[in-house]
Design a protein around this ligand. Structure first.
Ligand SMILES: *Cc1c(COP(=O)(O)O)cnc(C)c1O
Length: 390
């Protein structure tokens, strides 16, 4: 059965983004592709093979469920880490699959050691350190106890990483806090080194930290949003393109996702009529309308009512009336020859016009991240511009 919309992933754009990011971080820093939230709405299963074709060989997910999905397509040469939730009962599975995972509390550490003993296989662990995000991460006193356990169970554990996460590196308002976290991380790291614990990697940086605070790159970075061609924030983009002088005229990042549908119906409505539910939109003239089979159920948010735009025939068509659960209506009066079945671009390009994820987010007061991850997993994803993949 046809779905009411589809998503296109632009392989060529992804390749450019990764090339740009890899050039920024250099060869000595390992690139981890963060694919939590169904790869920021791009689709974990669709995205992994594309990223691998661009040379990515380390992925990070949020939980064991996402890890299982990732494993179903992951190449044997690629590695995987779980940054967040994993139930104690799933630890054995992770160790067996050679998936590394964060440890930020003693109970998980104890169960990891038990599982590792049971399987007679080392667990690859990342010690998450509390540096000021105040979410998860070992506090200093707990770290003492963790150290004892680690020392006693050296045979069970491979220390893959020391890590932490910054409290919003994309926002300049957090500048002082990020610096304090960086200092704190280094201090704890030195302390652990003095105790004889050295990890394979040190990783603290997301996209924004990687681009705004190069010292946070260390020997591994965890890149999410930027690989998809989106800036973590305006500050990040401005800083990257303009740093006292214009460094780049062209945006080095290209959005790889497009979201498209087709017109379900068109008709004319007389002047002085309300469109769809309620009375939020009143026609003031004879109005041509088109119905799009997408609604808030599909992630087209209700606050785009009377505010959003789509592209039809290469032109902007404004949303009129309330966005319903499964449909919304646009005004096509100014666009000639529109008919049922015509392409509707919700996010992406059509002829000379473009609707970016960022513009979409501004209208709905949600950040790029939230908008993307609201795209349902069921929408089919197709890869475009893959010819160059030989
Ligand atoms: C999501 C996430 C990242 C990636 O963040 P971006 O801003 O998308 O680059 C990195 N580290 C952790 C722990 C995360 O949860």
């Amino acid at each position: 059965m046809f779905q009411t919309s589809y998503i296109e992933l632009d392989f060529k754009a992804l390749k450019k983004n990764i090339r740009y990011l890899k050039k920024e971080i250099g060869k000595m820093v390992r690139f981890v592709s963060v694919i939590k939230g169904n790869a920021y709405g791009h689709g974990i299963k669709d995205f992994i093979p594309l990223a691998e074709a661009c040379g990515i060989d380390y992925f990070a997910v949020s939980d064991a469920y996402e890890a299982e999905i990732a494993c179903s397509v992951l190449s044997p040469a690629s590695e995987l880490m779980i940054m967040g939730m994993i139930d104690n009962s799933d630890l054995e599975w992770a160790i067996e699959k050679n998936i590394s995972f964060y440890i930020f509390e003693l109970d998980r550490l104890e169960h990891t050691i038990l599982s590792s003993k049971k399987l007679n296989k080392k667990a690859r662990i990342h010690l998450e350190l509390e540096t000021g995000l105040n979410r998860t991460g070992f506090e200093n006193d707990e770290l003492e106890k963790a150290l004892e356990l680690i020392k006693k169970n050296r045979e069970q554990l491979f220390i893959e990483g020391f890590c932490t996460h910054y409290a919003g590196a994309e926002n300049i308002a957090n500048y002082v806090r990020i610096h304090e976290q960086f200092t704190s991380f280094n201090k704890i790291k030195r302390y652990l080194n003095e105790k004889g614990i050295y990890p394979k990697y040190h990783h603290t940086a997301s996209s924004a930290a990687t681009l705004l605070y190069p010292q946070t790159r260390m020997d591994m970075v965890r890149i999410g949003i930027a690989q998809f061609g989106l800036w973590p924030s305006k500050e990040t983009k401005i800083y990257q393109l303009y740093d006292g002088e214009i460094k780049m005229f062209r945006d080095p990042l290209q959005q790889i996702l497009q979201w498209k549908s087709n017109i379900m119906d068109t008709k004319s409505v007389k002047p002085a009529k309300f469109i769809s539910y309620g009375d939020s939109f009143l026609t003031t003239k004879q109005t041509r309308i088109a119905t799009v089979p997408i609604g808030y159920f599909h992630g087209f948010r209700r606050n785009l009512s009377n505010a959003g735009f789509v592209l039809i025939g290469g032109r902007k068509a404004p949303v009129i009336g309330i966005v319903n659960m499964n449909v919304f209506i646009v005004d096509i009066s100014l666009i000639p020859d529109v008919k049922k079945g015509d392409e509707v671009v919700l996010i992406g390009k059509q002829k000379k016009n473009k609707i970016t994820v960022a513009s979409f987010s501004e209208l709905t007061n949600s950040v790029n991240y939230e908008l993307l991850t609201r795209l349902p997993a069921e929408i089919p994803r197709y890869v475009i511009n893959k010819e160059m993949h030989v």
